[in-house]
Design a binder for this molecule. Sequence first.
Ligand code: CNA
Length: 246
Amino acid sequence: MREAEELLKILEGARDVFVLTGAGVSTPSGIPDFRGKGGLYERISPEVFCIEKFKQDPSFFYRQIGPMLKIILEAEPNPAHYLIAELERRGKVKLVATQNIDGLHQKAGSRKVVELHGSLEIAHCLSCGRSFSKEDYLQEALRGRVPRCSCGGVIKPDVVFFGEPLPSRALYEAIKAASSADLCLVMGSSLMVYPASSLPEYTLAHGGKLVIINLGETYLDPLAHRKFDVPVEKISREALRLLGAN
Ligand code: CNA
């Protein structure tokens, strides 16, 4: 695959790479994205992920998302996750900021990861604030039922819903890394969810390059040094092979 060679050549010329990933890096692991072909928005309304709707009717969220949680928990990383982890080991990638909540970057061996939209690892009671680990609340959630605290309050996973702010520490670290990088690599994101979508602009503003690997257009394509409209897993698998790391 010629594209993989080209990608590696661009990476070779960079010394500080900031990676921004979206749901498209995890579709090859069997987790549907939102806006891609066959994505969740073809089946469920974006309202499911709105915080106001969750507060009014948490059962709506858990009924729709219960079956999806099982898929996320059982998913395994794919070549895109492994390539990013390998590039971190080689000192190229300084940080990966992900919009995903599936934990697959960490499973693939990446250490420097910030989760811009939170994760399923921890949850909180919306009434008393008590925190819960995955083991404490996911059994109920997997059955499509609303997990509840002993105080009777609704338990919500620490994932960022539409209408909620991003975790400030994660956003700060991502902005800092994007600003100092000489290359921002976007993988599998439609770049439609703000503010994560604006992170590549920090790299561009400081004179760095932008490379995008995504099936479908993004608003930053015209500013990209190179856009690869190819499946992330294919180009990544080939890149790993060329690096001798597969
Ligand atoms: P999105 O808006 O659904 O965009 C995904 C993009 O990836 C689309 O443009 C797809 O065409 C593209 N894509 C899909 N598969 C591939 C592939 N194999 N190779 C290359 N491109 C591909 O998702 P974003 O992440 O941009 O939007 C942000 C939302 C989605 C965040 O809030 C996430 O939390 C949320 N999300 C996360 C997960 C997860 O954790 N795995 C799953 C579904 C949604």
